[in-house]
Design a protein around this ligand. Structure first.
Ligand SMILES: Nc1ncnc2c1ncn2[C@@H]1O[C@H](COP(=O)(O)OP(=O)(O)OP(=O)(O)O)[C@@H](O)[C@H]1O
Ligand SMILES: [Mg+2]
Length: 272
């Protein structure tokens, strides 16, 4: 398995040389107390592309995503070594403020989690939180709401019901709304942890279409258990196994000519 890591290791110099990276990690290790969940992760995730992350349950996908958003650190027993650079800045640098990280890196979870308020208030919530010192007119806010909902292909559907409770929307619409409410804060990276796992096939197809639509405007890292989804909706793919990165390559290449036996076994459904 170590040979797999060597193949895909990006050195610190390479990461520094490549300012086009959305996320660059170097020797990232993470422990939950005594249990090591991530081993020596060296990843170079490109800007403006959709990257999928696959691997069997428990291999560390969510742990990795949560590290890029610095959510893990709220747990007192988590220890992190190494670095994670977001657009060239190490987000674990003591001088980097958490609020800045959260501004740049938005996250969407398995189950849509809109606030129990109106559609409009959901969209404006993060924006207001990050701009407490600024004043926005009603017109400005209307524009933000429209633009965000347009981007997630939801505007036409909800424009006449903006005061409706977000929790009354279908799951697919709620998940789109959860993506939309990140956008006014102008994130550069969207992390999505199995964003379609609570959706039916039609909802899944709609959210996949949206992810594809957002490609280029954002750097998207999406965890999925759905191989077909990884193939359809991502340009690059990362395969993880037991806390390690085994392979990171073009999605098409990974599924047609995987370079490692473990990858081939996984995508052919032999485990996980
Ligand atoms: N808060 C936590 N405290 C202790 N151990 C944890 C915690 N969260 C995850 N783990 C452990 O870390 C390992 C990686 O978990 P993680 O949730 O990142 O896997 P995953 O690849 O996202 O799995 P799944 O596909 O089931 O979502 C697992 O062994 C898990 O039990
Ligand atoms: Mg997970």
């Amino acid at each position: 398995m170590d040979s797999g890591i060597d193949m895909n290791t990006t050195t610190q110099t390479e990461i520094e040389a490549n300012t086009e990276l959305a996320i660059g990690t170097s020797a990232l290790n993470l422990w939950y107390g005594d249990f090591q969940a991530l081993y020596d992760i060296n990843l170079a995730i490109k800007q403006g592309v959709v990257t999928s992350m696959i691997g069997p349950s428990g291999c560390g996908k969510s742990t990795f995503l949560r590290s890029v958003n610095r959510i893990n650190e709220r747990l007192g027993y988590v220890i992190i070594n190494g670095s994670i650079d977001v657009f060239g800045n190490n987000i674990y640098d003591p001088e980097v403020e958490l609020v800045q990280v959260r501004k740049q890196v938005g996250m969407v979870f398995q189950r849509p989690n809109p606030l129990p308020t109106s559609i409009r208030e959901n969209i404006l919530f993060g924006h207001k939180l990050h701009n407490r010192d600024k004043k926005y007119s009603r017109d400005d806010e209307d524009e933000i709401v429209e633009e965000s909902l347009q981007q997630v292909l939801l505007w036409d559907k909800v424009k006449d019901h903006l005061k409706r409770k977000a929790t009354e929307l279908s799951l697919e619409e709620q998940q789109k709304l959860c993506i939309a409410r990140l956008l006014p804060v102008k994130p550069r990276i969207l992390l999505m942890d199995e964003p379609c796992s609570a959706l039916d096939p039609k909802g899944t197809a709609a959210v996949e279409e949206l992810i594809w639509e957002l490609r280029g405007k954002y750097s998207i890292l999406i965890v999925t258990h759905n191989m077909a989804q990884a193939r359809r909706a991502s340009e690059e793919c990362i395969f993880m196994l037991m806390g390690k990165v085994i392979e990171h390559t073009d999605t098409a290449d990974m599924f047609v000519t995987p370079q490692h036996q473990e990858t081939a076994d996984y995508i052919e459904g032999r485990y996980g």
